[in-house]
Design a protein around this ligand. Structure first.
Ligand code: NAD
Ligand code: UDP
Length: 338
């Protein structure tokens, strides 16, 4: 049996493929390369000495999915494929709903007709909306996401819950990621955003490597210890290990399961800058700019449910996260195009 990884040529997906190959799983990757790189999979093969089967194609292509499920005996689907840029989702909402929601519908239809009913979905802490109680725990009511990207994640969660209610043969994990960062310790695969990075850590590493002049800190007047925004940053290798644990758990757990994947600790923007400076031995020029619209002051995960039920917890700290992010960036200054 094989594991299908949609979006497996992207940032988190490529690390997932590596972890699966290392565990001796057979892996099929489906990715349309809209934001991923086939080079990431070549490097994964180099690192693991094993190959995933790569299919370049779209999760909205039902014919392709039917042929894929017919050709490969798939036991589980890890569904990472999706668009993820918040600002872009505000400008192009239809594209986001088509890709993220329409894509998930088509994928589930194809799974259902192939009799594959184990699915791990990449959700996000954004589904908690503007909850003011921290840490966020899975029992909180779903919130109102502030942008179309977040709403697309919430809509897919709701659809999957309905699917699980309608047919108890489905086993579905909704994994709510907090802030993934870092890279594989080899420095061979990592995060390669197109254009100006939206996220903090890739922005910092691009400043350090000379691709950007300075970091703009989005506001320093939040009600947090140093006034800058606080988030729960989780090492991408911890995150993919959480998926392995969830995949194993749902094999014996039909229905819908929800787990936060975070560390349970919050760090401010300035904490992150200082941790990076220490890891990389350089100074990051920063200036304080206005708040970014839609940003919350602070949130982090209650990560105890995953620990209790999956026996998983994040093991890597900020130091490793920053050292690994830096190793990737400095050895690939222009990402996979280097
Ligand atoms: P990414 O953009 O690096 O990877 C997504 C991959 O999906 C890309 O390789 C892209 O080419 C592919 N893809 C997109 N639409 C597709 C389609 N229609 N058909 C086939 N392939 C398609 O993003 P990532 O950071 O690796 O995120 C993976 C998943 O995790 C996404 O669903 C994202 O929304 C979710 N997530 C990410 C974060 C984060 O901060 N990185 C946080 C929470 C949730
Ligand atoms: N941030 C910042 N400058 C940047 C990018 C992000 O100050 O160039 C801050 C942002 O306001 C938030 C934190 O860094 O407090 C994490 O932002 P990111 O976009 O990485 O993740 P989010 O939590 O918004 O999904």
């Amino acid at each position: 049996m094989s594991i299908l990884v949609t979006g497996g040529a992207g940032y988190i997906g490529s690390h997932m493929v590596l972890a699966l190959l290392e565990k001796r799983f057979e892996v099929v990757v489906l990715d349309n390369l809209s934001n991923g790189s086939a080079v990431s999979l070549e490097r994964v093969a180099e690192l693991t000495g094993r190959d995933a089967t790569f299919i370049e194609g779209d999760i909205r292509d039902r014919e392709l999915l039917d042929a894929l499920f017919q050709r490969h005996a798939i036991s589980d689907v890890l569904h990472f494929a999706g668009l993820k840029a918040v600002g872009e989702s505000v400008e192009q909402p239809l594209r986001y709903f088509d890709n993220n929601v329409g894509g998930a519908v088509t994928l589930c239809q194809a799974m259902q007709s192939a009799g594959v009913r184990r699915l791990v979905f990449s959700s996000s802490a954004t589904v908690y909306g503007e909850a003011e109680v921290v840490p966020y725990h899975e029992g909180l009511p779903l919130g109102v996401p502030t942008n179309p990207y977040g709403r697309s994640k919430l809509m897919v969660e709701e659809m999957l819950r309905d699917l699980g209610r309608a047919d108890c043969r489905w086993s579905i994990a909704l994994l709510r990621y907090f802030n993934p960062a870092g890279a594989h310790p080899s420095g061979r695969i990592g995060e390669d955003p197109q254009g100006i990075p939206n996220n903090l850590v890739p922005f910092i590493t691009q400043v350090a490597v000379g691709r950007r002049e300075a970091l703009s800190v989005f506001g320093n007047d939040y009600p947090t210890p140093d006034g800058t925004g606080v988030r729960d940053y989780i090492h991408v290798m911890d995150l993919v290990e959480g998926h392995l644990a969830a995949m194993q758990a749902i094999a014996e757990r039909p229905g819908i399961s929800v787990w936060n994947l975070g560390t349970g600790r919050g760090y401010s923007v300035l904490d992150m800058v200082h941790a990076f400076e220490k890891a990389a031995g350089c100074t990051i020029p920063c200036h304080v700019g206005p708040r970014r619209s839609g940003d919350l002051a602070q949130y982090w995960a209650d990560a105890t449910k995953a620990e209790r039920e999956l026996g998983w917890r994040a093991r890597r700290g900020l130091e490793a996260m920053m050292a690994d992010a830096w190793r990737w960036q400095v050895s690939n200054p222009a990402g996979y195009a280097s």
